[in-house]
Design a protein around this ligand. Sequence first.
Ligand SMILES: Nc1nc2c(ncn2[C@@H]2O[C@H](COP(=O)(O)OP(=O)(O)O)[C@@H](O)[C@H]2O)c(=O)[nH]1
Ligand SMILES: [Mg+2]
Length: 445
Amino acid sequence: MFDLHQRDTICALATPRGRSAIAVVRLSGPRAFAWRDLIFRRRRIAACPAFVALRGDVVDADDRVVDDAVCTSFPGPRSYSGEDLVELSLHGSPLVVDLVMKRLLELGARPAEPGELTLRAVLNQRIDLASAEAVDVVVASKTAAALFAAQRALRGGLADAVAPIRAIFVDALAELEARLDFPDDELGLASRDALRAQLGAAAAGLDDVLQGAQRGRRLSEGARVLLYGAPNAGKSTLLNALVGHERALVHDEPGTTRDVLEAEAEIEGVAVVVVDVAGIRDPLTGDLHPVERAGIARALSEVKKADVVVVVTPAGTTPFPPPLAACVLPVCSKIDLVEPLPASTLGVSALSGAGLPELRAAIARALGAACVDDDESLVQTARQEHTLRECRGAVEEASRSLKDAPDEVVCSELRRAARCLDRLLGKDVSADVLELVFTRFCIGK
Ligand SMILES: Nc1nc2c(ncn2[C@@H]2O[C@H](COP(=O)(O)OP(=O)(O)O)[C@@H](O)[C@H]2O)c(=O)[nH]1
Ligand SMILES: [Mg+2]
């Protein structure tokens, strides 16, 4: 568990371990500059402005030179962590890194926990919690679209978007609480209508932000593209063709795929998870193996989770009935066997590769142009989405209470809504929430 009051000096290797051109060791906390002066000897004594990168020698306890390095000092509170921060750019040798880390630990530094520098940035109010989460999304982004969305979130986009919504809660509370102090002064019908309109605006604002949430999650986690159809339709072969390697087992015997297979791919700049499942056949007909029956049940439950369901039908056979899903894309497979196709049909041959570019384009279109160059999705994590939904629920309750419940009830829902937005941005959050957020981070970040 993080100790939120601990402000000791921490150190970490901020680059991957191994041989490389440069390795960066970070040191952050109240003793950072004092310890820097013990291990780093500048080449030339020069006037040292507050924020500066200097070339010099890193020395061990016996004053032996361990490495030639660049030392950058960032005085708090305007550093990444909000406290005095030193970055040593060393040669990328695991031995050099070990000796430097050993020396820092001897001096009394503590090895940083994952994400602890960013946690300190939040505790020191350098950035809000939603922006801190975006830092992790930036590092983990698999596509340019996800990266651009995360960069906007990193720059406080979510805080900016919810600020006017929070202002509505605060204004409404001020008005209602003023009435509570003067109980004879009943809240008139006109001001109830005005309040209801304000809450409606807050709800609409939250819906806007939440609408981007699904897109944001798709961007960072990948949209789910389900391959669906009869056994032997060519789904697994298509999965392999879409991801570019032999992920799934392919066989001419029907019922080869039984479990749910997932593979990551990039389709026109959008990160997707291609999902391959057992072929669907009527569970009542024939003597289905229990494992295949279970596979079909799993396949059907994947339909709900999918962003796009690609319904695969071999050319020359009756189209496979599409499932009830938000977005269905019918496609004709094995077109190398039957020619020509009706012009309006989207056809592919996973074997020859014919039609694959068109299928990719159609999937990208189906996922929505918004997904490709998205500038709206500020919500990046499940925690953020959950907190926003709770806020939305509180607004709903407040509006309902406005009709007949006492003003105190409305006030209490409005306070709950405001608290949700505070939690979203990391004000007043418990140590275990912070731990959940930051343990996903890299060490040294
Ligand atoms: N000619 C041809 N055969 C294919 C094509 N795609 C798959 N097949 C064959 O169809 C059979 C079933 O393929 P598979 O991908 O396992 O189908 P699934 O049951 O839908 O996953 C295998 O023998 C594949 O080699 C294609 O585009 N053209
Ligand atoms: Mg299969």
